[in-house]
Write a protein that binds this ligand. Structure first.
Ligand code: ATP
Length: 558
């Protein structure tokens, strides 16, 4: 395909204003691209190499300005290019107005704007050479190569070449457009294209496979150890959301580190960041850990966490000092230790597991890693109290909190769906008076366990009495239960079986997910998922929160 034809299509796409029209135009471009389809499918998104490729273009703005200035037929400097850019804000606009091709005989393909039209393959070949240039003199080599390309460009070609090399294509073609255009151009189901993109993450490869082999070819595409996929992402959500949406929730520690995807084929370990950057060299201890403890071939998803000498997690900033480090890796390794917490398994023993339910992928994960401290601790439950216990343990151990996952959901690369929820921290807490409790059972029989909570009732005709609003039993460790029992026992007014009435004396700070209207308690409200935070030793019951505040908070929620 001639590069001029690519540029003309790009101009049409840029001028189109409806999404459907854009998809149609990109589909036409793909249908005409012939042997250049792989490259065109990337160029149209403003990418030269596949997202996961180690080859990077690395053209700084200055280098581009110099190449443009050199190719201009009038006397223009790189500074002039820069100041014109400051006026227009679009390097494409500046490049197309420069009247390029002044240096006849010096172009990359036989000289200035002569009869040999520039092709997509020419452009790609030169950009590959440019990316490969390294060492002394490589800057000059890069400027010369890019100058040669610009020198062969018409105004329209220069517009899109300049934007391409600076990663600023901006013609409104995102990943979704390319996906839909592949389906349209080659008459294949869009869901099949989507899956092929998820497993390969390579738009060029998927476009060519769709054209040459149709749906059968796309369906046969699979994960490859060594080729990263996009990470599945999480939404903010609550325990209530999780338990309403699914029968049970899978609860895991939320580790406060950096996402890492592990690829291990038995010969090499490769580690990728959330953006699919190769971070292998920065984390040698993870490489060694994987070689020693993980059965290949495998692709794992997890978190790299910085830890102190006792293995306790360090703040997020610490892992950042290690994560993309290129120099002094050995020194920093002694200073900041890093551990792997794997939480998912995408491929094991030759099988892709993306479509398997999460609980099965997690079982597989546990079976391929022989050190369980590197595997996330998973609990599948429908009991909010158990979830709260996991959260309390995670917070106590210094982790960020918990993740809630649909135990039956597939792994969908790149999706931020509702199957993974990062539990939102409580926005507000309430200070509530303990007015009752229940003795525990079994191991906890000698402790008060479930605590009845009340707010001050300052509504008319209530004389500042206390009105019940909920019970809290979660978020409390055994040691805390013993202390709370000691604290409350002197205030017990009456007992009936396991139930006790308690005089208002002790104030708890309590977190919750939501306040609901409810006939269950005398306040007319109930707390969803209440969680013990602390004893407000500095507060007496007359300083506890009022029903009026509860009402206000309930109104704000809606
Ligand atoms: P996001 O990734 O959602 O754009 P973010 O980078 O700020 O936002 P968070 O909001 O903290 O990340 O939450 C999601 C991240 O939590 C994941 O990308 C992952 O790195 C991390 N994480 C820690 N533990 C887990 C776990 N058990 N399961 C999934 N992700 C986890």
């Amino acid at each position: 395909m001639e590069f001029g034809s690519f540029a003309a299509h790009a101009a049409d796409v840029e001028a189109a204003d409806a999404d459907l029209e854009v998809v149609d135009l990109v589909a036409d471009l793909f249908a005409e691209a012939g042997d250049d389809l792989v490259v065109v499918a990337r160029f149209v998104q403003g990418r030269v190499f596949p997202a996961h490729s180690e080859t990077k273009l690395d053209i700084g703005p200055r280098l581009c300005y110099e190449a443009l200035a050199r190719a201009a037929s009038t006397n223009v400097t790189a500074d002039d290019v820069e100041s014109r850019l400051a006026e227009t804000g679009d390097i494409g606009e500046v490049a197309s107005a420069l009247d390029l091709g002044g240096q006849a005989g010096l172009g990359a393909f036989g000289g200035g704007n002569d009869d040999d039209a520039l092709t997509v393959a020419d452009v790609y070949g030169d950009l590959e050479a440019l990316a490969a240039a390294a060492g002394d003199g490589s800057q000059d080599e890069k400027v010369t190569l890019l100058f040669g390309l610009f020198n062969d460009c018409s105004g329209e070609e220069a517009r899109y070449l300049a934007r391409l090399v600076l990663g600023e294509m901006r013609i409104g073609v995102g990943e979704g457009t390319v996906r839909d255009a592949i389906a349209d151009a080659f008459d294949v189901d869009v869901e099949v294209v989507k899956r092929a993109l998820q497993v390969s993450n390579d738009y060029g490869l998927v476009a060519v496979t769709a054209r040459d082999e149709g749906e059968a070819g796309l369906s046969a595409m699979h994960l490859e150890v060594g080729r990263p996929v996009q990470a599945m992402l999480a939404q903010a959500g609550t325990v209530t959301d999780a338990l309403e949406e699914w029968d049970e929730a899978a609860v895991e520690t939320k580790y406060d580190g950096a996402r890492v995807q592990v690829h291990w084929d038995g010969e090499d370990v490769a580690l990728y960041s959330r953006n699919m950057e190769d971070v292998t060299d920065a984390l040698p201890e993870l490489v060694e850990f994987v070689e020693e403890h993980v059965e290949p071939p495998v692709i794992l998803d997890g978190e790299a966490v910085a830890v102190d000498d006792d293995g306790s997690p360090l703040p997020f900033q610490e892992i950042l000092k290690r994560f993309r480090r290129k120099h002094d890796v050995a020194e920093m390794r002694d200073e900041i230790r890093v551990r792997l917490h794997a939480f998912d398994c995408l491929h094991a023993r030759g099988n892709d597991l993306l479509e398997q339910p999460f609980r099965e992928r997690h079982d597989r994960l546990a079976s391929v890693v022989d050190d369980e401290s590197a595997v996330s601790n998973l609990l599948v439950t429908d009991d909010p109290e158990e979830i709260a216990d996991v959260e309390a343990d995670a917070l106590e151990a210094g982790h960020e909190g918990i993740m809630l996952k649909d135990p039956d959901a597939a792994y969908t690369p790149g999706d931020r769906g509702k199957h993974w929820l990062k539990r939102k921290p409580d926005v507000e807490t309430l200070d509530l008076v303990v007015t009752g409790a229940e003795w525990g059972e079994g191991r906890r029989a000698s402790f008060l366990g479930t605590f009845l909570l009340s707010a001050r009732d300052d509504r008319e005709d209530t004389n500042g009495e206390f009105a019940t609003i909920g019970k809290v039993a979660t978020g409390i460790t055994d040691a805390e239960l013993a202390d709370l029992t000691d604290l409350l026992e002197p205030h017990i007014r009456a007992e009936d079986g396991q139930e006790v009435d308690i005089d208002p004396a002790v104030v708890f700070e309590v977190g919750y997910e939501e306040i609901q209207a409810s006939p269950t308690y005398s306040s007319g409200y109930a707390l969803r998922f209440p969680r013990f935070v602390s004893v407000r030793e500095d507060k007496t019951p007359d300083a506890a929160d009022t029903i009026e505040r509860v009402e206000r908070l309930a109104d704000q929620q809606s």
